[in-house]
Design a protein around this ligand. Structure first.
Ligand code: SF4
Length: 206
């Protein structure tokens, strides 16, 4: 058993996975605090202020309470979850019967096993010094589209990651209609990519 205490921003569920290949699937969420990047326009609250230090036992116990044994699937996100994810926590959660779906910005290697890995970069908002981790093998790649995303960057990602699912997702800000139109145009030109929407926002679940 790990003695480490992980910095947890929030845990909630059951809810629905809103994005990507598992859209609409019942899940519970584990959101860690802190991120190694500071992307422009980031709308996720990962501020360590207000976060709680929890042991792996406490995290597993809370997941069981939230899930009541029904979904057996947890989305682990952040901030950047790989900052805190390690083998003991992975083993504790998976031993409790949960499949782990992680959503990472792709800049760090994983120190513990997961069952599904989404790499979701916002390359247009990353500092130029940011490099992607070399050893990770995502199951899906999900790139957020706004006016500034570079088409060559998309092609670079598609060449770099041989994963099963490639998603483009329009940035859901006050220019959503514009970003959606651009996303669709990009998909028409690159049919390897598919549309992902933030359906949890559309249907109004957390
Ligand atoms: S990597 Fe994700 S969570 Fe971190 S700052 Fe960028 S958009 Fe926000």
């Amino acid at each position: 058993m790990s003695e480490r205490r992980y910095l947890v921003k929030e845990m909630f569920g059951p809810t629905l996975q809103g994005e990507g290949a598992h859209t609409g699937r019942a899940v519970v969420f584990l959101r860690f605090a802190a991120c190694n990047l500071a992307c422009t326009g980031c709308d996720t609250d990962f501020d360590p202020e207000g976060a709680r230090r929890m042991s792996s036992d406490e995290i597993v116990g809370r997941l069981r309470e939230l899930d009541a044994g029904n979904t057996a699937r947890v989305v682990v996100t952040g901030g950047e979850p790989t900052l805190q994810w390690d083998a003991p926590l992975s083993e504790a959660i998976r031993a409790a019967g949960f499949r782990v779906h992680m959503e990472s910005n792709g800049t760090r290697e994983l120190a513990g096993q997961v069952d599904w890995l989404t790499v979701s970069p916002k390359p247009q908002h990353h500092p130029s010094s940011v490099t992607l981790a070399t050893e990770i093998a995502p199951d899906e790649l999900k790139v957020i589209v706004d006016d500034t995303v570079d088409e060559r960057v998309l092609d670079g990602y598609a060449a770099r990651y041989r994963c099963e699912h490639y998603f483009l997702q329009p940035w859901m800000d006050d220019r959503y209609a514009h970003h959606l139109a651009r996303t669709i145009a990009l998909i028409h030109a690159r049919p390897q990519w598919r549309l992902s929407l933030q359906t949890h926002k559309i249907v109004g679940v957390p």
